[in-house]
Design a protein around this ligand. Structure first.
Ligand code: NAD
Length: 270
């Protein structure tokens, strides 16, 4: 059985951990050639080595990329095209949640700027260079390859609902990702470039668990989770795989929620 990403080329940012790592594994299993990028090159390399043990013929390369730097993102897209000849899937996934991010009164401007630089500008640049590359994709109808592609931008459930445990810069940056994604989806729809957001709920990844480092902090959130548990990175990666593949060929501009029902909750089950 051919994989769902057979012959496709994917670039994933923040691929050294959490959602990015699980997506790299899944995409490679489904036949994609994958460029795993991360600001932490060692983590990306460790992930690539893990994939090599799981999938002997996997086509995976790594690159140190700081999504807060436009030249790094351009270099990453150039590498994907040079290595594999095209770019079909751009997963703008890297993001930070700074421990000093707080409410309107306590958040320092440098924390605001850093968060926007990585979470919002990084996604903009990822989209920009992906679009330029996807326009140039060679076509090969026999392999189902065409110009265009699928861009997936990681937002968050906090872009859809307010929290009384504020992280103002993070929330605003993710709201920006949703708004930007919708507009890009419209502008590039006729070029066969689909642009969707994925909105994870709270997950058991280092990003959140390093922050929720006490039972009190975890319990404060847990009561609001309809399924009574935090999500797993692999559960979001499966959503990303759907958006990356042609299975979602009539989807663009969507806020794709993988949140265990959180954003539909008023009260949750006892
Ligand atoms: P994670 O901390 O497990 O992984 C994030 C990866 O991004 C790390 O490998 C890190 O090195 C990398 N990274 C950080 N800054 C970078 C930069 N400037 N350039 C390139 N790479 C960088 O986190 P995760 O939970 O997998 O989060 C992935 C995405 O999902 C983020 O955008 C995050 O905001 C979003 N998200 C996470 C949750 C959650 O609960 N974990 C919920 C909603 C949204």
């Amino acid at each position: 059985m051919p994989g769902r990403l057979e012959h496709k080329v994917a670039l994933i940012t923040g691929a050294g951990s959490g959602i990015g790592l699980e997506s790299a594994i899944l995409f490679a299993q489904e036949g994609a050639s994958v460029l795993m990028t991360d600001i932490n090159l060692k983590a990306a390399e460790k992930g690539a080595a893990l994939i090599a043990t799981k999938i002997p013929n996997a086509k995976v390369v790594t690159l140190r990329t700081d999504v807060g730097k436009e030249e790094d993102i351009k270099a990453a897209v150039d590498k994907a095209v040079k290595e594999f000849g095209r770019l079909d899937v751009m997963f703008n996934n890297a993001g930070i949640m700074h421990p000093a991010d707080d409410n309107a009164l306590n958040t320092e401007e440098r924390i605001w700027d850093l968060t926007m630089q990585i979470n919002l500008k990084g996604v903009w640049w990822g989209c920009k260079y992906a679009i330029l590359a996807m326009r140039e994709n060679p076509t090969d109808a026999s392999k189902g390859l065409h110009t265009g592609g699928s861009i997936i931008n990681t937002a968050s459930f906090v872009a859809l609902m307010g929290a009384a445990t504020p992280q103002l810069a993070y929330t605003a940056s993710k709201g920006g990702v949703l708004a930007m994604t919708r507009e890009l989806a419209m502008v590039h729809a006729r070029e066969g470039i689909r642009v969707n957001s994925i909105c994870p709920g709270p997950l058991k990844t280092p990003l959140l668990m390093d922050f929720l480092n006490t039972a009190e902090k975890r319990d404060r959130r847990m009561v609001h989770l309809p399924m009574g548990r935090f999500g797993e990175a692999i559960e979001v990666a499966k959503g990303a795989l759907f958006l990356a593949s042609d299975d979602s060929s009539y989807m663009t501009g969507t806020d794709f929620k993988v949140d265990g029902g959180l954003t539909s909750a008023y009260v949750t089950p006892l």
